[in-house]
Design a protein around this ligand. Sequence first.
Ligand code: NOJ
Length: 519
Amino acid sequence: MTEWLKEAVFYEIYPQSFMDSNGDGIGDFNGIIEKLDYIRGLGCNAVWLNPCYDSPFKDAGYDVRDYRKVAERYGTEEELCRLFGEVHARKMHILLDLVPGHTSEEHPWFIESAKREQNEYSGRYIWTDSWFQRAEGFPYIAGECERNGAYVLNYFKCQPALNYGFLKPEESWQKPLDHPDCMATRAAVIEIMRYWLAKGCDGFRVDMADSLVKNDDAVKSGTCKVWRDMITRVQEEYPDAVFVSEWNRPTSAIGMAGFQMDFFLDWAGNGYHLLMRDYDASGRDDSFFKRDSRRRISDFLEEYLPQYEAIKDQGLYCLITGNHDMVRAACHLEERELKLAYAFLFTMPGAPFLYYGDEIGMNYQDLPSKEGGYTRTGSRTPMQWDNGINCGFSTAAPEKLYLPVEQGEDAPTVAAQEKRADSLLHTVRDLLAVRRRYADFQDHANLKIRYASKEQRSFAYQRGKLLMLCNPSGQEEEIALSDFAQEPWKKQYEIGTGEWKGRSYLLGAQSFVILSGEK
Ligand code: NOJ
């Protein structure tokens, strides 16, 4: 594994909303540069930047019109390259967002592909043989282009699917993976990766990485094959290029496709979802980190552990505080609950990903959809830096902002939380400092669950010489750790309280403790 990943802690930046340096109401590259020291000071040493390419922005930039051109609203390519340089000068790393599964319908490849005459791009997307022939089983569009065919979509209507082929083609218009058209798509995407790696980025977060090959099997062996080939070819030239997949299946993404990292993403009802977002409109909230939840950690572990065990020697199964696609955790969790959740996320194996603003518990806002955001829009609002105009995000008139800043006196800000010693911001910084201090946190294959039961909410896990104990409930709990001697475990960090009671450990209500076996 690329060496720096072992100690990587990522900060996800939604460029629209992070920092506006030129007062036009939208974030930009220079704004990010201004805030790099803040990110570094937080304890994050790597950045994932959401798409910043030229786009009609029907899906906030996930509809790329030109992969090699930056969106003017964020600045120039020179400024993006300066950002790469400033990141590296701070011994940090930066990943761009690669969108390989689809382009914008305004991408020149698609415009050519939609023409009646055969051309170089006719096979770049997935078209049926005639306007009358449906792309059965896929979302598709017919009736809009001069070409006699229907084309397959990958996500929204504005996002035609690039053609990487079908695992087992069944129709004349379905091509095998090694068809020249599909190989040309691969080559084109490899060129895009090379382009940005040559400019100085360190790798890519890969959008919908599992979506490339159509009619794929359950483990996505076709898509895995394509990725193996593409990643291998890129790494021949850039051996340290890093790839993190939006896949949610590390046994495929890391085990088969060659990614170094995959996310545990928020999908309704899955193990990650249950930690912080298990609520519904009726008011029921059973998220594990809610004080009064009835959930046990085993609800998470049952799903997490088999995947983790299978890939722990090959790559990182990464836990996130949130991202631009999900409701912010602070929408339902109180500050103390967030502290415990983050303490867990930041001490587990894998590189943690902190979504901008989650370090201060930025809230979700109920807003009209912007750029295809729909219910995601409320998690994409401007970063709240201080209590100045627009919370310090921009000097533009408030009505010119990309999205409104959170209103209200009690909207959390970095400046206010800097002043409060027990704030979430300080907790994040302290936790990441503890994480940096111990080499055991850089060994990502060393997780051992030491206590998890159906009877109690508390749980304990070990990483080398470190022991983490957590009680998310509102009552103190004593957990039996009989196979551990009381000595020489020494407390290194705590939220709340915890103490040995013979061979058991007594955790105060809503507490998290890190013990180390070093004297
Ligand atoms: C996943 C991205 O995270 C999301 O924001 C986007 O809308 C879809 N992929 C489509 O690219």
